[in-house]
Every structure is written in C-alpha cells, then in structure tokens.
Design a protein around this ligand. Sequence first.
Ligand code: UGA
Length: 427
Amino acid sequence: MKIAMAGTGYVGLVTAVCLAHHGHVVTCVDTNEEKINTLNSLVSPIYEPGLEELMKQHQNQITYTTDYTSAYKNKDVIFIGVGTPEKKDGSANLDYVFAVAKQIAESIDQDCIVVVKSTVPIGTNDKVESYLKTLNSKYRIDVVSNPEFLAQGTAVRDTLHGERIVIGAENEQAMEILKQVYLPFGIPILTMNRRSAEMVKYASNDFLALKISYVNEIANLCESLGANITDVTKGMGMDSRIGNKFLQAGIGYGGSCFPKDTKALHWLSVINDVELKTVKAAIEVNERQKIKLYEKALKQFGDLKQKKIAILGLTFKPNTDDLRDAPSLDNVPLLLDQGANLYAYDPVGMNNFKQKFPTELTYCSSVEEALQDADVCFIFTEWEVFRKLDPSIFTSTMKSPIVYDGRNCYDPSVMKQHGITYISIGR
Ligand code: UGA
C-alpha cells in the first residue's frame, strides 16, 4: 500500500521503517529539515538498535521529505506519528496533531484513511475527523486510532514482533484497510471502537507506571522492615496473575511516555469528575523516588560540598540516548547546588546531556575515568557495561568506595565482600 507517515520521532520513524519492511511504500514527512537531511543520508537521528540497518535495507521503499503537499498526495493511508508533549497543567498538547491534520486536509487528492498513532486523549480521534471534514469536504476521510506499544531501545523488535495490534475504527471499510496494512506482520489484531483504542494505550502505560511505583513503595518498606525487594519481586512475579515484568525497583520511571501519559490521563479523569486516585499516587511516589538516593547521601554526609562524585548513567534507561524525564535531571542540579564536583559517564547519553549542562559537569570517556579518586558514586542507569563491572573497580579507583545504586545492578553481599559501602533500593 502507499503510505505516508507524519513525524519521524521514535514512533513515526520506527513504524514507517517496519511498514516498509513488510512491503509497503512509505513517505516520511517532517518539518525539521536537518532531520530529513540526516535521514536522506540513511543515518538515524535517534539511537535505536537495528533501525539504521532496516533503513538501509529498505531504502528503495522509503522516502524522506519536508514537502508535505506532495507527500500526502496519492496515498491510501496517512499515519500521524507526531509528539503530544505535556502542557503545564499535565494535559497533552495536541497542536502538532492538528497542524498535521490541517496539512493533510489541504494536500490530499483522493479518499484516504488517516491513522492517529500518536498518544492522544480519549475523544481526540473524533475531533480530528470532524476537523478534517470541516477543512475538506471533497474527499472521504476516515480516521482510525492505532496506538503504539513500542519501547525505546527495543522499538524495532516491539514493532515487528509486538504482542497485539490495536485498531479502533468507526466503520468496517476503514477497519478492513488497516487490517490489510498489518496483515503481513503476523501479530494478533484486536479491533474495537476508536475511544476504546485510545484508552487501551493510556490504560496500559499507566498500569505499568503504577506497577513500578507500587514496587518502589514496597521496596522502601522492605528497607524499614529488613526484607529484600529482589526476593520479594521474584516471589510475586512467579504468580502468573501478577507477572514478572516491570517489577524492577529503582529510582523511578522516566522517559517520554510514562510521566506524560500518567499526568494526561489523570488530568482527563479530573476534568471528567472521575479522578484516578491510583494514577495520582503513582505520579507522587515516582517524584519522591527519583531523589531518594540523593536524600540518603545528604543524610549520611551532612553536606556534599567539594565531594568528588562519579555519576554512571544519564539516560532514562539503557539502550537509548533519550534524557526526557530521566532521574539524572532531577539529581544533577541538586548535587550541583550542594557544591559537589561531578564526573559523569554514559555510553551514549553524554552529548545530549552536554546540551543541558555544557560546563557544570566533567564528562569522562570511561567508567574508570569517572570513578578515579571519587568520594561517592551514583548509578542512575543500568547500562549492561555497568552491570558487568567487576566490583573491584570501585575499590581500586575510588578514594572511598561508597556506591549509591539507583538501579540495583549488583548483589549487596558481593559488594560487601569487596569492602564497598553499597546503598541500593529496597535491599
Ligand atoms: C513505554 C512502554 O513500555 C511502551 O509499551 C510504550 O509504547 C511507550 O512507553 C510509549 O508510550 O511510547 P518506554 O518509555 O520507552 O516505553 O520505556 P520502558 O521500558 O517502559 O521504561 C520506562 C521507565 O520505567 C524507565 O525509566 C525504566 O527505567 C522504568 N522501569 C521499567 C522501572 O523503573 N522498573 C521496571 O521494572 C521497568
């Protein structure tokens, strides 16, 4: 099928490349010229394992352009995969979605299906359809909701081998066409009305966020009561009703999705007078959890003035260079306010971090360099290279081997054997 994709972020680009992988011909549109130039040289503007390889493999089926007028012509299906960032009040900003809808209405030259892939509040698909119809009465435009469930770092795998594809449509013909788009993926397709599809996305993300906040609260209680969260979650996870995923305690969730989507659904619940109290609690717990280790360190040291602090990990999770809502962004300003000297290392996130903190931190080229003569080490991201470290590195390089591990990377008893003062979460 001939498909256009508006937006070349994580959702847009990965979906477009995977659609091409399954035989569709795709035109990607973005207003950012620099990004389009990068894509045209077959380089991915985002760090995502496997993406660039697929871009190269299917280069004859994908074009990248800023020219939306021609991109939306002669298309069977047009996807909207632009961002819906958080507004000050917690609600989702839909400006980009409607800006693209306007461009689509102005450019199409045949009947088509518009698919909203961006995460949008329940009822938005209805509004997009009315808006398109008001702007263009010449062609038939059906709007279909098709939320995405890919996670950064595993986006290509999640898209090609997802557990379900959700399609929400208000008429059979549009539903059938979308089913044809996804048939080659061989993934179970679940059909429903548009509002339910929009809700599946929020309800799923918020449930996962809730699961994490719940586990983090249990972890905090474990610390007070002498239990070990690793054993506790193992015991919980073997119950198939609970499941063993998203039970990893730590310094909270970050990223471009959970923080934004919990706030957006909570906002929506409040304005509809059905406040989601569980989601509100998950948000509050997460905010506190992010600085939990900083608070512990402050309590232990009194102040951190002139302390040499090594920071391992800056991104919100491993295998991405994304910093959005990363716990490092909450902790670094607090540590700087304390007058600490920070030495950071992250395998791929340092360039992005430098844009926010160009001179305030010393950026190191290795774990060893960051740890050298440090008084304290904080771990904010569980990159595999950190997990695999031999604990002796902390004793051989640091001035005093004190490690605050926000991602429970090591076995506390092994760290103790090495003479390391090791503070993690819930153990
Ligand atoms: C999340 C969802 O997992 C995807 O299904 C969804 O499509 C995506 O949001 C989205 O809405 O676009 P993502 O934000 O990329 O994906 O990352 P996750 O792997 O879900 O991790 C989110 C945060 O939760 C990270 O900061 C991670 O460290 C934290 N986390 C995750 C925990 O603290 N504990 C866990 O057990 C799991």
